[in-house]
Design a protein around this ligand. Structure first.
Ligand code: PBG
Length: 306
């Protein structure tokens, strides 16, 4: 009765990785229990998550073809676009959120267009906005820009509205650190930068106050929901952002944070269930309304069985 923080399945969002083809399921070694799936297999997994009580998924695409202009990102026949349709077919009530970024679609692995060895901010946001519209056209309920380019929330909002997609919401990766904890994800998505790093556009882990500036800017540009990422190593940032905005707040317990728990559990050094539920509860206690986690489906099952 006096417990201050509750964790329930309807606060969780499950990340999923889409590849082309059918009947395809390729396990991701560094993310045990997660795999790359073709739209048909992915739709079944999404349906199972919904049945377990998880109301939303976050979709990533892994294209066969990469090029300098990231054309696969905004192709109406792209891998994410097909996956959205398959999920909506299998689970119409599931909220489909799509990660909007170019890094998995560019041949150099950066989140934008590279000109003279540098990521060009304004050329990048044009393609990012185009990608968001194409996801909305395919049926996405929410688009989640993760690139950290300046001005992309406003550009996406304007592009969606111009196409009659006023109802598509924007979940902004407003506070995204240049983190070592994305390692397993980059293996999964094949999106490690081919040169340099992401410190030009992602945040310095040493900076806390800067998070509030990012949030204020994205709120002014029309974001509907904010995100802090990673989560467990940034609980102070989650708490500060919670105090600075009245918008719903999501926290992303990222691939490396998940992999650490699972690896220690496999060595018999941690109890995975207890450690995962404690971590997710701590993220809620810090102030997150929603947690994006690779544990979503299993946590929902653990919570249901008490
Ligand atoms: C794409 C993106 C990344 C993640 C989500 N979207 C990788 C990155 O920025 O390098 C990481 C998610 C995770 O580690 O689980 N920009």
């Amino acid at each position: 009765m006096v417990r201050e923080t509750r964790l329930s399945p309807d606060q969780l969002m499950l990340p999923l990785f889409a590849v082309g083809g059918s009947g395809v399921e390729i396990p991701i070694e560094a993310l045990p229990g997660q795999s790359r799936q073709s739209p048909d297999v992915l739709a079944r997994r999404a349906r199972a998550a919904l049945d377990a009580g998880v109301p939303a998924v976050l979709l990533f695409g892994i294209p066969e073809h990469k090029d300098a202009a990231a054309t696969g990102a905004y192709d109406a026949n792209g891998v994410v676009q097909h996956a959205i349709a398959a999920i909506k077919d299998a689970a119409p009530d599931l909220v489909v959120v799509t990660d909007v970024c170019l890094c998995a679609y560019t041949d150099h692995g950066h989140c934008g267009v590279v000109v003279d060895g540098r990521v060009h901010n304004d050329m990048s946001i044009e393609l990012i906005a185009r990608t968001a519209v194409s996801h909305a056209d395919a049926g996405a309920d929410v688009v989640a820009p993760s690139d950290m380019m300046d001005g992309r929330v406003g550009a996406i909002r304007a592009a969606l509205d111009a196409e009659g997609r006023e109802e598509t919401a924007i979940l902004s990766y407003a506070v995204k650190y240049a983190s070592a904890f994305y390692g397993p994800f980059r293996e999964a998505a094949g999106s490690a930068p081919g040169f340099g790093d992401r410190r030009g556009y992602q945040m310095d882990p040493a900076n806390g106050r800067e998070a509030l500036r990012e949030v204020a800017q994205d709120e002014a540009e029309g974001a509907d929901m904010m995100m802090v990422k990673p989560a467990a190593a940034y609980l102070d940032v989650i708490a500060a952002v919670r105090g600075a905005t009245s918008l719903p707040l999501a926290a992303y317990h990222v691939s490396g944070e998940y992999a650490m728990l699972v690896a220690a559990a496999r060595l018999g050094w941690l109890d995975e269930r207890d450690a995962a539920l404690e971590t997710l509860t701590a993220i809620r206690r810090a102030g997150a309304d929603v947690i994006i986690t690779y544990h979503a489906e299993r946590a929902a099952q653990w919570l249901a069985t008490g």
